[in-house]
Design a protein around this ligand. Structure first.
Ligand code: APR
Length: 229
């Protein structure tokens, strides 16, 4: 089976009702990264950080995967599909995708502030001050904040380097090291880019652009790939 590796960002979940970060009306227009998405922010004002992720987690229980997520799950009928997502939502898994690697963490999980290996599924949407790990430390969102290490980048690089087909969906490619993954793809590997605001990716030759939303662009590409040998 040919291996397809897919790099996704907030854009694939936009049509499910989850805001992106840098588009007009994006999350970073309303919240300062320094206030809600760094370890320093957590040390300075835990409640502000807890509220930010609690609201996003609450909304995640109110939305569903869209046609873009569903089409990627469908692709597994003919290909060995691996999704590398920057998203912290669980919409790929809920659409039925089997191999999903989260680079920036998962909203429905929390972890110990004392031992980062102690990771738990959160029951419900609300994480409170005083919710402790088994070692007695405050639990924090299981999210990779700006300035923190990205533990899953090595397996993501290995996957990208082995791709027979590489698909990029709904990411502005502004955040590293995630954005560097496109440069680990073999030159001979066809790359597809799906984004209504897509721009050419510097240095990539073998690229096809679908300048449209994921909800239409992904099913269109999947149809094409399911027909091809
Ligand atoms: N379908 C496809 N793409 C879309 C859609 C859509 N319906 N709507 C918007 N987009 C595109 C935008 O054009 C943009 O290129 O999705 C991209 C969203 O970019 P960002 O908001 O920058 O999100 P992302 O690239 O995922 O951000 C990367 O930054 O804030 C941090 O940790 C956070 O994982 C996130 C990382």
């Amino acid at each position: 089976m040919k291996r397809i590796v897919v790099l996704t960002g907030a854009g694939i979940s936009a049509e499910s009702g989850l805001r992106t970060f840098r588009d007009s009306n994006g999350l970073w227009e309303e919240h300062r990264i320094e206030d809600v998405a760094t370890y320093q922010a957590w040390q300075r004002n835990q409640q502000l950080v807890l509220d930010f992720y609690n609201q996003r987690r609450k909304q995640l229980y109110e939305v569903n995967p869209n046609a873009g997520h569903m089409a990627l799950a469908e692709l597994e009928k003919k290909y060995d599909v691996h999704i590398i997502t920057q998203n912290v939502d669980d919409l790929h898994e809920r659409a039925g995708s089997s191999n999903v690697l989260h680079l920036h963490g998962e909203l429905k999980k929390v972890r110990s502030t004392l031992d980062e290996n102690l990771v738990y599924e959160l029951d419900g949407w609300e994480l409170r001050k005083g919710d402790l790990c088994e070692k007695g430390s405050q639990l924090r969102p299981h999210i990779v904040w700006f300035g923190e290490a990205v533990p899953m980048i090595e397996p993501a690089i290995a996957l990208s380097a082995e791709a027979d087909i590489f698909i990029v969906i709904g990411t502005s490619l502004n955040v590293y090291p995630a954005a560097s993954l496109v440069y680990y793809v073999r030159n001979s590997t066809p790359v597809y880019l799906i984004d209504p605001n897509a721009e050419m990716i510097q240095g990539l030759k073998n690229i096809t652009i679908f300048r449209e939303p994921a909800g239409t662009g992904v099913p269109k590409l999947v149809n094409q790939l399911m027909k091809s040998n």
